[in-house]
Design a protein around this ligand. Structure first.
Ligand SMILES: O=C(O)[C@H](O)[C@H](O)COP(=O)(O)O
Ligand SMILES: [Mg+2]
Length: 300
């Protein structure tokens, strides 16, 4: 049973109980470029109480550096070292875990965030935002030249996805021996500023269906993301809380890492998902309407 937070005393005790606060972004801090009410004040309170703050997002459209730009634009205090995105975790996974040989490339279905993080990790890639792939022209297999050095396909949120990208990825995954199928994350939907949109999971779904093959998923709830954080930040899981809006990514991620979990209802999950006959079997430790509620705790 989740604890429903409501009183200033409860928020104050919660803040005292945890030294490290991991925040999901979409649906928790913001919707698109619109900040959720109270986000800045709440983060200020946590910083004034000497808490470690980390931002852990499955949204692969941006790199850590471009996320820093978004935080600055929105007036949110954050440093690049506090930001962990699925694009970053995917690039680290390919370079340090999969150890893709230097003479190999990645075929990307995704946006600049993935490209920037792959470059940072010294991983070569094709596809992505390349205009030749972002085409409306029909795909012609007859005119397609297979690049034998493609050793992995990485698929993330891509607002310019098309039949050409899916077809090229399909060629690499069916014709290049040992070509790995990776996705940054599997979120079915994305809470934009103007409402719900298909998520990264919906972008890789056609490829999964065509291949009848499941990819390796890097983002939450996979532990790969937590391993990335552990490689950079010291924290005690018992004194760490994951704050999220989605049960099957954020809350499962926290539970899988032995962290405590706080669900907010400003994003993907709503009251009907956690109460009543169809309540999810994923039960967070705490629930509150919005992160803005934590302002009731006040500064020291
Ligand atoms: O489709 C996606 O990639 C996700 O919906 C989205 O980006 C989730 O981001 P998060 O809530 O983890 O910040
Ligand atoms: Mg979210």
């Amino acid at each position: 049973m989740s604890i429903r937070l409501s009183s200033p005393e409860q928020y104050d005790a919660l803040i005292d109980k945890y030294d490290t606060w991991m925040f999901d972004c979409d649906g928790v801090l913001w919707h698109g470029d619109r900040l959720i009410d109270g986000a800045i004040d709440m983060l200020h309170i946590l910083r004034s109480r000497k808490k470690t703050i980390l931002f852990v997002t499955n949204n692969a459209s941006k790199s850590r550096k471009s996320y820093k730009g978004k935080f600055d634009q929105l007036g949110v205090v954050a440093s690049v070292d506090e930001i962990f995105g699925s694009a970053y975790a995917s690039a680290v996974y390919i370079s340090s875990v999969m150890k893709l040989p230097k003479d190999k490339k990645v075929y990307v279905i995704g946006m600049s965030g993935i490209e920037e993080e792959l470059r940072e990790e010294g991983v070569s890639f094709i596809g992505g935002t390349d205009p030749a792939d972002c085409t409306v022209e029909p795909f012609s297999l007859a005119n397609f030249t297979l690049d034998p050095t493609v050793g992995a396909v990485l698929c993330g949120l891509d607002v310019h996805v098309n039949y050409t990208k899916i077809s090229k990825a399909f060629q690499y995954l069916t014709r290049n021996p040992g070509c790995q199928f990776l996705v940054t994350n599997e979120d079915s939907t994305y809470p934009s500023a103007d409402g719900l949109l298909p998520g990264a999971g919906a972008i890789s779904a056609p490829l999964r269906f065509a291949l009848d093959r499941d990819p390796i998923s890097i983002g939450k709830p996979a532990t790969t993301m937590l391993d990335c954080i552990k490689a950079k930040v010291n924290f005690d899981p018992k004194r760490t809380i994951m704050v999220g809006d989605r049960l099957n990514t954020d809350i499962l991620f926290g539970q899988g890492g032995g962290l405590s979990t706080l669900l907010v209802l400003t994003g993907i999950t709503s009251e009907k998902d956690i109460t009543g006959p169809n309540a999810s079997s994923i039960v967070p430790d705490y629930v509150t309407q919005s992160i803005g509620d934590l302002r009731a705790a006040g500064s020291p």
